[in-house]
Design a protein around this ligand. Structure first.
Ligand code: HEM
Ligand SMILES: *[C@@H]1O[C@H](CO)[C@@H](O)[C@H](O)[C@H]1NC(C)=O
Ligand SMILES: *[C@@H]1O[C@H](CO)[C@@H](O)[C@H](O)[C@H]1NC(C)=O
Ligand SMILES: *[C@@H]1O[C@H](CO)[C@@H](O)[C@H](O)[C@H]1NC(C)=O
Ligand SMILES: *[C@@H]1O[C@H](CO)[C@@H](O)[C@H](O)[C@H]1NC(C)=O
Ligand SMILES: *[C@@H]1O[C@H](CO)[C@@H](O)[C@H](O)[C@H]1NC(C)=O
Ligand SMILES: *[C@@H]1O[C@H](CO)[C@@H](O)[C@H](O)[C@H]1NC(C)=O
Ligand SMILES: *[C@@H]1O[C@H](CO)[C@@H](O)[C@H](O)[C@H]1NC(C)=O
Ligand SMILES: *[C@@H]1O[C@H](CO)[C@@H](O)[C@H](O)[C@H]1NC(C)=O
Ligand SMILES: *[C@@H]1O[C@H](CO)[C@@H](O)[C@H](O)[C@H]1NC(C)=O
Length: 522
């Protein structure tokens, strides 16, 4: 597209590049896959930090509180359950929709788990990542990182705009009939309900603080300030232990909801015994097969969504993934396509060569950086590239080839782009500059539109809602060759996560840039 460019910075004050990007295969899947895969080390998403180690606890204000007796990984699983179980599958309402955020004042949602979790997840919400998908991903991550298996994560949930009118989460004092009716409404029969509860109650604790009717105050101590009694002797591990300790009468014997001082509050005992322990015996006999049973039951839980919501296919970790891909302008005069290729493999290969070949015939070999990331799915390496725009004129795609992995292909476009160095948010003001080749035969500047999406607070929940604003573009000076610039400004409400800028040509989205995404995403 554009040959050389100079003097762009007179348009707006120059700002450091934050990366206008092409996302593969889509912004939502790219961002969610990042959370799923980039767990620790170089370029990690911070999502896994809260549950590393699996006994970790981060409070609502983000502090670590190791002596509280609370467990973030367990809280995330419980949030998933409480969001889900008000589903009415016959009516096609409720399920995983983040409505739980509006329901924290209900007695059935006692305890700190809900707002603790939403506080941690909130910065990850943006135009492409709804809180409801993060509620589901919270369970996927807790299980996967803490000893369980990967629950295939299907994205595409939609955030509720208010509380679910359906109420009824099983409580320690609920009768067996009521409990089974509530599970039944959400699509789980008796055996499923026992299995799902055993899968949930293999992590975490019931706490005096919140549930004094279950755990009495003798549990309070300096290193257990919230008075938790653990469900099994491995509170941070997603393992079959709770089932074994229940059947064998060892360790925590099934946990506080089996053994509570208060007989009325022994809800797990009532449920587990309701078929004469048959299901618990079966889970016991499965050994590690328990993990597969939990994947199946928890998948059903997470994929219970309102009837009008259509989930996408499960996200699989991507072996070759271009990230932060963007056109940019270097030294005010050179157009480049830059970014990094993330390689996910079973092990790191020092100095690994990565060949990037464009559809116009140009190709370049780049090397991975030394720093590696650690994933539950393998090891990641990153190969940065910065390719002279004049060498890839008219290229519409590129392929990436590296040792031992299948070659992968990716589309690019060069019709118009968001200029990263000239697009930023300062306070509540978003400045946008876009560049386009105005000399194309089919080019019509009036078809260029820019929309900004801002995650903002809303009353009664810590889940943000999206506010959209259109940016009025005006031609800016400084055309160079065939390249022209347009810019615009819009004032937005205080964002609580990444603001996204979307450039479209008519109906066709061309480029997207996330502003100040921080560790939450890229
Ligand atoms: C009969 C059904 C159930 C009842 C009555 C019940 C009740 C409870 C109660 C009272 C607590 C203590 C919460 C606290 O002290 O913060 C708890 C914790 C927990 N529940 Fe359940 N639950 C049920 C089923 C489930 C299911 C199906 C799941 C998930 C699939 C689940 C996941 C959890 C987890 C992970 C915790 C630990 C939370 C933490 O340590 O903060 N529960 N449950
Ligand atoms: C992608 O860009 C973001 C924002 O500039 C940055 O925080 C992140 O580290 C980049 N990722 C990689 C892999 O370079
Ligand atoms: C990442 O998460 C950890 C654990 O919650 C927190 O302490 C830390 O401040 C977070 N880092 C960033 C950069 O947000
Ligand atoms: C025992 O549990 C029931 C049901 O949870 C509750 O209503 C009652 O107050 C509890 N009793 C005590 C002494 O905590
Ligand atoms: C624990 O509860 C008992 C009676 O329920 C009460 O007498 C005692 O003061 C409580 N102890 C603490 C440390 O709160
Ligand atoms: C709390 O500290 C006591 C004494 O140091 C120890 O015996 C106990 O195992 C600790 N409990 C927890 C939950 O860490
Ligand atoms: C079920 O198993 C528990 C724990 O082993 C035991 O205490 C209880 O008596 C059993 N109940 C029935 C009906 O078999
Ligand atoms: C990368 O390519 C160079 C040049 O062909 C070669 O010398 C080097 O061994 C390659 N590195 C690896 C790790 O294969
Ligand atoms: C990367 O690793 C190689 C081989 O261990 C070393 O020679 C080189 O100095 C390292 N580069 C950086 C930037 O750390
Ligand atoms: C959770 O946060 C929301 C939004 O700030 C607030 O309205 C609600 O009262 C909080 N719930 C609890 C139990 O603190």
């Amino acid at each position: 597209m554009m040959a050389t460019l100079t003097a762009l910075c007179f348009l707006v004050v120059c700002v450091p590049s934050t990366g206008a990007m092409f996302y593969y295969p889509s912004p939502a899947i790219s961002l969610l896959e990042h959370i799923l895969v980039d767990n620790w080390g170089a370029y990690a998403s911070n999502f896994s930090a809260a549950i590393t180690p699996c006994t970790n606890y981060v409070t609502e204000i983000g502090d670590a509180a190791p002596n509280s007796g609370r467990t973030t990984a367990a809280q995330w699983l419980r949030v998933g359950f409480h969001d889900f179980v008000t589903a009415d599958v016959a009516a096609g309402t409720g399920g995983l929709d983040a409505s739980i955020g509006f329901e924290t004042f209900r007695d059935e949602n006692k305890g700190s788990a809900f707002n603790d979790s939403f506080t941690f997840w909130r910065p990850f919400v943006n135009e492409f990542v709804p809180m409801a998908d993060l509620v589901a991903l919270g369970t996927v991550m807790s299980v996967n990182l803490c000893g369980g298996k990967y629950i295939p994560f299907r994205p595409g949930r939609v955030d509720a705009t208010g509380a679910d009118p359906t109420t009824g989460v099983p409580e320690p004092g609920s009768s067996l009939e009521e409990t089974l009716a509530q599970f039944g409404r959400s699509g789980f029969n008796q055996a499923d309900s026992i299995g799902l509860t055993a899968c949930g109650h293999t992590m975490g604790s019931a706490h005096h603080s919140g549930f004094p009717e279950v755990s009495d105050n003798s549990t309070l101590s300096a290193n257990n300030t919230n008075g938790g009694i653990n469900f099994d002797t491995s509170r941070g591990a997603f393992d079959p232990l709770v089932v074994h300790e229940y059947i064998d009468g060892t360790g925590n014997r099934g946990g506080p909801l089996v053994t509570s001082f208060n007989e009325t509050s022994r809800s797990d005992l009532r449920l587990y015994e309701s078929d004469g322990n048959a299901t618990m015996e079966e889970l016991y006999a499965q050994g590690d097969g328990f993990q597969d049973t939990c994947v199946e039951l928890l998948s059903r839980m997470l994929n219970t969504v309102p009837a009008q919501v259509v989930l996408q296919d499960a996200i699989q970790p991507v072996a070759i993934k271009p990230v932060n891909v963007t056109w940019d302008i270097i030294d005010e005069k050179q157009l480049v396509l830059s970014g990094k290729i993330r390689i996910l493999d079973t092990e790191a290969e020092t100095g690994r060569n990565v060949t990037i070949s464009f559809s116009n015939g140009y190709s370049e070999v780049v090397k991975v950086e030394n720093a590696t990331g650690v994933s539950i799915f393998g090891v990641t390496q990153y190969a940065p590239f910065s390719i002279d725009g004049s060498k890839i004129t008219d290229a519409s795609s590129f392929t990436v080839l590296t040792d031992g992995l299948e070659t992968a292909a990716f589309d690019i476009q060069d019709r118009a782009f968001i200029v990263p160095g000239l697009t930023e948010i300062t306070g509540n003001t978003v400045f946008v500059t876009i560049a386009a080749d105005a000399n194309r035969d089919d080019f019509d500047a009036s078809k260029l539109t820019v929309r900004v999406a801002t995650p903002i607070t809303q009353p009664l929940t810590l889940g943000p809602r999206m506010a959209f604003s259109d940016v009025q573009l005006e031609a800016a000076g400084g055309s160079l060759g065939d390249v022209r610039y347009w810019s615009g400004v819009v004032v937005v409400d205080q964002p609580v996560g990444a603001v996204s800028v979307r450039l479209s040509y008519g109906e066709e989205p061309l480029d997207i840039m996330l502003l100040d995404a921080g560790v939450a995403g890229w």
